[in-house]
Design a protein around this ligand. Sequence first.
Ligand code: DWN
Length: 384
Amino acid sequence: MADALVAPGDWGGEERFPLEVAFCVGCSLVQLLEELPPQRLFVDNYLYFSSFSDDVQSHSSAHAEELVTRRGLDGGDLVVEIASNDGYLLRHFASRGVRVLGIDPAPDQAAAAEAAGIPTLREFFGPEVAARLRHGGERAEVVIAKNVMAHVPDLNGFVAAMATLLADDGEIHVENPYVVQLIANREFDTIYHEHLCYFSCTAVAALARRNGLWLNDVVEFPRLHGGTLRWVLGPHHRPSEAVGRFLEAEREGGVTAFDHYAGFADEVARTSAELRSVLTSLRSEGARIAGYGAAAKGSTLLNAVGIDTDLVSFVVDRNRHKHGLCMPGTHQPIRDPSALLEERPDYVLLLAWNFKEEIMLQQQPYLDGGGRFIVPVPSPQVVS
Ligand code: DWN
């Protein structure tokens, strides 16, 4: 599992699972064929904290500002975030006087949120939780689900539960990476077991209709997580111009047909071979290579391409909870980013390429000393 970081030498317990992607010709949903238990993926030893990215923080603040201003939210209104992690988003509503509730089963992240003053239900969200909250008199003006709707086995139950919790004239804001960008930019490393679904606007519109909702707006964030869309759902049909534009572009671009995806596996093989060749060639010239970002996508890339510690010797990450552990499957030790200045590797493979600008700015001293980054997708590129 991509996020199952492993203690040094504890290789015996590592498990591998099939990772196959399918396309539904009925509703255009791209999806995995293998489900792993959510408890193992998102609770047991879950180390992902959303607050380690400045980009994500500024994105979150802008999102809160837009909603609070446009809807005139105040202390009488409830904003609920599903998969609220460490309160990275809800703190931006709470600081503006809005009542908030987080829902996240990950114990350490929920504890961090509560320490920041964000009340958090430590549960997986679904129809039972939504019905209990509604029965208790809670209705949310806004329900937010960022990087979680792609992660849930019962997708229809999840969407119906958001509708249950929503106030009559409320808004549901869902954010996930956009499958069109994934294919166009060969972002194959974002395909892993946490991500059961890969959404197009066509698939989200059909999903909404199956659960008594309408797709009313689409907002694009091309640089976030390799290309993210925000889908705004609601109980009343009030589509913005963007909805028609995106749906038409997907029809014109073939996104609603299997052929659009049929050749992706060959693209992945090509990109993987290119990257392996670049790394092997650099190492044969005596170059030393490290990695940046003990990310789930980083685990996927290292294992899919076969990048072991001979090619990339260690990985750095700002998330201190990951230090001292190793990348699953390929076993690079995970260290603090200061190791880049201590060890001065010639190159750093940017496993968290979705934060390229933020990380390169932060690592300017390493670059000033002659260091270079290798951005792996859409095809390997050395940047300095
Ligand atoms: O849906 C998900 C996406 C959005 O985020 C979840 N499956 C979990 C996670 O996936 P990921 O681990 O591939 O995501 P990230 O956010 O790309 O991981 C970035 C890693 O890089 C984190 O471990 C934090 C680290 N980081 C860092 O060391 N220095 C991040 C930044 C911005 C930094 O400056």
